[in-house]
Write a protein that binds this ligand. Structure first.
Ligand SMILES: C[S@@+](CC[C@H](N)C(=O)[O-])C[C@H]1O[C@@H](n2cnc3c(N)ncnc32)[C@H](O)[C@@H]1O
Length: 414
């Protein structure tokens, strides 16, 4: 006689095994497809970039590996940039070794791989249950792999194959820097160089929300998005807020052409912008009190980092009424102007400090490239501050220069 319970258990087990076997086959199949694509793009020199990320071991110091092609005197090699918490290590390998290292890293160290080839983008992800997903999309950037060994060594933002720099008119169709854009290019690189350590110091977050107030044509906004997402391998949403619709349309078009999915530009004013969640608030060269409006938005939305490079300083210059011996100096127009700049930005930094930000004021870029060369960075601290004491200092300074109000104070209602 058949034991019906045993029979149904057997049936269940058979079904389960079939299901598990199917899953295993699908999984192996996905991995095989990925490996074939990987081999093929390495052998045909179609690799633009491979990023291994999402570490399997939470405590591991190795955050990601970025692999690109490089042409050395010894021949073609694959450059592996091992990105650790505080340092990057670069090693070059030949093809067979490179592929075997990638397979081992995917098996042991990382859950995700993003393979960018000249034809397509292939993404493989493993979830915590060991399931594997493969997603293939057509290449979203018209780009050719660059094998040159660090002609771009000291430049954080490369010129070659840089679609947004071409569309913004910084490079020509041969990826050469246009003479008249040399200063802009210096500024872009300096900006990234200054911001990188500040951003690395932010508390680790899955996704950074960044707002760029008065983004203009977006030179610096594009470069920041490019560097954060493509070089540092961060996830970031950047929104540029710009008053001029023509610039917004142009920038959105360029972002689309460059394949920058999470970079968008919105028409609007700094004053009326409604910020919900912002980690980094940026305002570069926003005129006069527009900088105060931007800092105000940063403080009110509790941004972790506020970065601004003020433009002109009309409000305080008009307000200043110096009656002390300093008159002997500020009677010279240029010195009065520089005093107004110093006082405006000095007070901005102090007001930020009163609201719990640790500040730095320094030269953004040397005066030979642009006269607008001061940068203020405020980092939100958790330690309490003696607000009253700082506000007192501010009052005394204002008195010295005959200033009744600073626009940032007005906005913050202090
Ligand atoms: C001098 S440009 C700087 C552009 C860019 N941030 C840079 O540094 O390259 C200033 C930009 O801010 C925009 N702007 C000025 N005041 C603004 C406001 N209140 N709201 C939104 N945009 C503003 C202007 O239209 C202009 O495009």
């Amino acid at each position: 006689m058949v034991d019906t319970r045993l029979y149904s258990n057997l049936q269940f087990l058979q079904k389960f095994n079939r299901f598990a076997l199917n899953n295993l086959l699908v999984m192996n199949n996905q991995i095989n497809i990925f490996q074939e694509k990987l081999n093929s793009c390495f052998l045909n020199l179609e690799l633009i970039k491979l990023i291994l990320s999402n570490k399997r071991i939470v405590g591991s110091d190795l955050k990601s590996i970025i692999i690109t092609a490089v042409k050395l005197k010894a021949g073609m090699r694959w450059s592996f940039v091992y990105r650790h918490q505080t340092k990057d290590i670069t090693k070059n390998f030949e093809t067979v070794e490179a592929i075997s290292l990638i397979n081992a890293a995917l098996e042991n160290d990382f859950l995700n791989a993003d393979l960018f080839t000249t034809n397509e983008t292939i993404q493989i992800t493993h979830n915590s249950k060991g399931e594997v997903k493969l997603k293939t999309t057509p290449a979203n950037q018209i780009i050719v792999p660059s094998f040159s060994h660090d002609k771009v060594k000291n430049r954080l933002i490369a010129l070659e194959n840089n679609i947004y720099l071409r569309e913004l008119g910084v490079v020509n169709s041969n990826w050469q820097l246009k003479k008249e854009m040399a200063d802009k290019y210096v500024q872009i690189n300096k900006y990234i160089e200054l911001l990188e350590p500040e951003i690395r110091e932010l508390p680790e977050k899955e996704n950074l929300d960044i707002v760029d107030m008065g983004s203009g044509k977006g030179y610096l906004t594009f470069a920041l998005y490019d560097y954060l997402t493509n070089k540092l391998n961060f996830k970031a949403n950047i929104t540029g807020i710009e008053f001029r619709q023509d610039m917004v349309d142009l920038s959105n078009q360029i972002a689309k052409n460059a394949g920058f999915e999470n970079l968008k530009f919105e028409q609007g004013t700094i004053e009326k912008s409604n910020l919900k969640k912002v980690d980094i608030l940026i305002a570069l060269h926003a005129c006069d009190t527009a900088t105060d409006e931007a800092i105000f938005k940063g403080i009110s939305s509790n941004a972790s980092l506020i970065v601004c490079a003020p433009c002109c300083h009309k409000q305080i210059r008009k307000e200043m009424s110096i009656t002390s011996k300093l008159c002997a100096i500020t009677k010279h127009g240029i010195l009065e102007e520089r005093t107004a700049e110093t006082i405006t930005d000095g007070l901005r930094a102090l007001i930020m400090e009163a609201f719990g930000y640790k500040t730095k004021v320094f030269e953004f870029i040397s005066g030979e490239h642009t006269p607008k060369n001061v940068m203020i960075i405020g980092r939100k601290m958790t330690a309490p501050v003696d607000k009253e004491k700082i506000l007192n200092e501010i009052s005394k300074i204002k008195l010295m220069f005959g200033i009744k109000t600073h626009q940032l104070e007005v906005l913050l209602n202090i």
